[in-house]
Design a protein around this ligand. Structure first.
Ligand SMILES: Cc1ncc(COP(=O)(O)O)c(C=O)c1O
Length: 298
């Protein structure tokens, strides 16, 4: 539509731009390549470093395994392979190839219990962000339970215990009239403790809540955040996760994960948890998720 004000603005802008001494180049996407160079060619790289006078700009990029971190600008750049996959991707609007591949990957990563056995009832939902998934989860829980609470001018009835709720999780819980209860581990509460798994659930506190029928009836499910980001990104041990699950199963209470950083948590367990000795990351992940009823992943 013709807009005289806009036309005059564009004329002024074009005149100013014509006078500019240097002009920004138009937006351009860069691509980096992920290099398969062997990490063992250390000696060759050492010699090259000397020959280039320790000047990282002169070091041949092709000799760097993986991606170089010469600058942090552009590190979010995609690799050539990612770009090519994007152009080859199936972008059909609904139920495209990627959707089915994703569902298959969920089963491969987390275990056969995640297979959808009832085609009328989805068991995997995709959200654009973790906090949107949380909103979906807690709003539907509130719809099912009819959570009495703040909206009705009352104290929340339902309590969601966790080893540590992330702030967006807590906000979504409270916005739906539930209470978010943090059961931080004693090691996390004792500042400066050097324990490895400070992200654990405080099992004594959880047991006390579940053993008392008055509080147990107020717990629709227990939530385990791995890693415990609110507690400073601290890992939770497989032993603690499994004991939490045992307590939940013994009391017939569902056990859900906020699996935001499950891969790092798996790695840390692989390195330090005796139960994971000699296991691959994929096996550790299975051990971690086996006892769960469901999961929300940011
Ligand atoms: C433990 C945890 N839960 C939930 C979220 C929310 O995820 P998102 O930032 O994708 O909304 C985050 C985000 O960092 C998180 O660390």
């Amino acid at each position: 539509m013709y807009n005289p004000a806009m036309t005059s603005f564009l004329d002024d802008w074009t005149a100013e731009f014509a006078k500019a001494k240097s002009r920004p180049r138009p937006y351009r996407n860069a691509a980096v390549s992920f290099r398969p160079t062997s990490i063992d060619d250390r000696e060759q790289r050492r010699v090259m470093l000397e020959q280039t006078g320790l000047n990282v700009f002169k070091f041949p990029a092709a000799m760097i395994p993986g991606c170089d971190l010469l600058t942090d600008s552009g590190t979010t750049t995609m690799t050539m392979r990612q770009w090519s996959q994007l152009l080859l991707g199936d972008e059909s609007y609904g139920s495209n190839e990627g959707y089915f591949e994703f569902k298959q990957q969920v089963v491969e990563t987390f275990g056969p219990q995640w297979e959808n056995r009832n085609s009328d009832q989805e068991n995997v939902f995709i959200f654009h962000q973790g906090r949107a998934a949380e909103s979906g989860l807690f709003t539907s829980m509130a719809g099912i339970l009819g959570a009495p609470g703040k909206r009705a001018g009352k104290e929340p009835f339902y309590i969601i215990p966790s080893n540590g709720h992330f702030d967006t999780t807590q906000a979504n819980i409270e916005a739906n009239s539930f209470e978010a209860r943090n059961l931080f581990s004693p090691e996390l509460r004792a500042k400066n403790d050097t324990a490895l798994f400070k992200g654990n659930m405080d099992l004594d506190q959880l047991r006390a809540l579940l053993d008392d029928p008055k509080t147990k009836q107020r717990i629709p499910f227990v939530y385990m955040t791995i890693t415990n980001n609110t507690g400073g990104g601290q890992p939770a041990s497989i032993a603690n996760i499994r004991k939490t699950a045992e307590l939940c199963h013994a009391h017939d209470v569902p056990f859900l994960f906020d699996a935001c950083r499950f891969a790092e948590n798996a790695w840390f367990n692989q390195q330090h948890e005796p139960l994971c000795k000699g296991k691959s990351i994929a096996e550790v992940v299975r051990l971690m998720f086996e006892p769960g009823t469901g999961s929300m992943s940011a």
